[in-house]
Design a binder for this molecule. Sequence first.
Ligand SMILES: [Mg+2]
Length: 263
Amino acid sequence: MIKHVVLDMDGVLYRGESPLPGAIDTLKALRQQGVQVAFITNNASLHREELAAKVSRMGFACVPEEVWGSAYTTALYITKHAPEARVLTVGTPSMIRELRDAGLTVVSTHEDATHVVVGLDMGLTYEKLRQAHYAIQHGALFIATNLDAAYPDTLTTTTPGGGAIVAVLRTSTAVEPLLIGKPQTTGLALVAEAWGVAPADMVGVGDRLDTDIAAARAFGCLAVLVLTGIATRADAEAATGHERPDVILPDLTGLPAVLARGV
Ligand SMILES: [Mg+2]
């Protein structure tokens, strides 16, 4: 039986503000079977304490240590590779708190910056973009927490995501950012390292082919698509390469059987 599961959050556990049918009980059952669980989300606007609190309020058992938001993953990545980094940010106060919690120095003007970290920023200003643009032009490493173009606002509309803000700086500087969020495997690799397990011992579950499934397949773990979010069965069946899931489930309730089978 596979004992290590990495789950996406939105479209897998909940949609909007409502838990998906059966998801709370399925997570409970997995934990009772001794399955270790982590949550990887491209959301960079919330601290992992806030992400854990959000799903806990809906009724999911979840602690911050299990949650790998892309702000946290980015903070950990920079800490490992450049602990002395001076980071200029375009992002929320929660993203900045993740960077500071990891021991990084956050600066507010381009002169000092060695790294520029960009995420969704509801308080975006031209001045923030200008400082980030200068820093990148002067050689600071341009890091994108995620490239999500838009994210669900309500069940029927979307709103600009972190990737849209990254696109402004990519256009103005002509520099390609280093991406941390899915479809990159950085989060999965950090979770695997924390657990001390190999990709083959893990399952990655998500609702998007171009991020969740692509990351799981690239990392080498079993890639499970649930049809409770973005991708449809037709999308999945038409997908090629790393975007093609190993398993398609109508919803999360089918996951325990997949773990038991190992496929
Ligand atoms: Mg999702």
